[in-house]
Design a protein around this ligand. Structure first.
Ligand code: HEM
Length: 329
């Protein structure tokens, strides 16, 4: 990562704070309100032919943090939901996978995303979006306009267990023979996609979606199918805001099964950083995707801010490493 991208990281975090209406001490700059769940990921037989990653060869424990998209922890998760997953690999390392329930990301580059956040900032006089700013921005960014349009139907997830989630970036999956293929991740809910009207969710308490999931888990595990959508020649591998044409080959590589809630303290990792660039051998990020590379720095800036500064961060991470070593001993 170049120095320029670290500068961008701070700008991005500042833009997220602005979008959330301020800095909320101790909270993530985005996706502040969330709850963590534990379970397992079991690869299908075909997965190991696609990637030599350890979790594509054998079942591993996982944690998943579901969250709303705002940096304001007082806001109820609604239209945009995050799913941040850690796979705990047999060698004691872990690898992260982050996804959202929108069709594509709100920008091809970090600059486009910041431009969108600024264009959608409400008019301070009315508290409503300023269409004189937002209209022309969307007209000149059809990729972002398409995603915004998909959010305007008023439909929001009926449950965290009934939404599809996508990682949106392309990853290169490399198998034991060294053969690589580009693909995108899709989590599809075993319970099917079920939506509700935002107006109905608005009547529920702030933590409704988390409590609904906890209720489901008291009755039975909640599962998702993990599919890979393979790129064809010409599909952009560096643009998370682009939707690939329909009809791409999709392969089911595993099943995520969630069984119960779990806390940071139980996991032994208070900061619970999910880093989109923390892949593992057999899975690579796109070297030309500007959004994914800018994300790493932004997540570290947010982590430093919410854990009391850069100095504190290393001690938090060290604690997590020691705690993990203790669990393995
Ligand atoms: C330039 C683009 C983006 C920026 C600047 C950004 C920034 C951030 C930041 C600062 C956090 C909080 C990190 C922390 O304190 O641990 C966060 C969380 C999150 N982001 Fe992003 N993000 C971007 C794009 C995306 C994309 C494309 C996805 C989905 C693929 C995504 C999914 C998430 C999720 C699921 C979380 C919650 C993580 C957790 O639960 O720990 N973000 N993002």
């Amino acid at each position: 990562m170049t120095q320029g991208q670290f500068d961008k990281a701070s700008e991005l975090v500042a833009a997220l704070h602005q979008d959330s209406g301020g800095i909320f001490p101790g909270q993530r700059a985005a996706h502040a309100l969330g709850r963590i769940f534990m379970g397992s990921f079991t690869p299908t037989g075909v997965a190991k032919t696609i990637s030599r990653a350890a979790h594509f060869a054998a079942a591993v424990p996982v944690t998943v943090r579901f969250s709303g998209d705002s940096g304001d922890p007082g806001l109820k998760p609604s239209a945009v939901i995050g799913m941040a997953m850690k796979f705990y690999l047999p060698d004691g390392t872990n690898t992260d996978l982050l996804a959202l329930n929108i069709p594509a990301f709100l920008g091809r580059t970090p600059e486009e995303f910041v431009g969108f956040l600024s264009a959608k900032a409400p008019d301070p006089k009315t508290g409503q979006p300023d269409m004189a700013k937002l209209g022309p921005f969307l007209a000149s960014h059809p990729n972002i306009a398409r995603v915004v349009q998909s959010l305007q139907s008023g439909a929001v997830p009926a449950s965290l267990a009934t939404a599809s989630y996508r990682a949106m970036h392309a990853f290169r999956f490399v198998n034991a023979a060294g053969d690589g293929r580009w693909a995108r991740y899709h989590f599809e809910p075993a319970a099917g996609v079920v939506a509700q009207q935002a107006a109905d969710l608005a009547k529920q308490p702030r933590d409704y979606l988390f409590e609904e999931l906890e209720g489901r888990l008291r009755r039975a595990p909640v599962a998702f199918r993990l599919d890979l959508e393979f790129a064809q020649a010409g599909d952009p591998l560096d643009d998370p805001s682009a939707i690939w044409p329909a009809g791409r080959q999709r392969v089911n590589v595993g099943r995520l099964e969630l069984t119960a809630p779990i806390t940071e303290t139980q996991i032994g990792n208070q900061s619970m950083l999910h880093d989109p660039t923390q892949v593992t051998d057999g899975i690579e990020i796109s070297p030309t995707d500007q959004v994914v590379s800018a994300r790493r720095g932004s997540y570290l800036v947010s982590l430093a801010q919410r854990t009391g500064g850069w100095k504190r961060r290393s001690s938090v991470l060290a604690q997590a490493v020691l705690a993990e070593a203790g669990h393995r001993a």
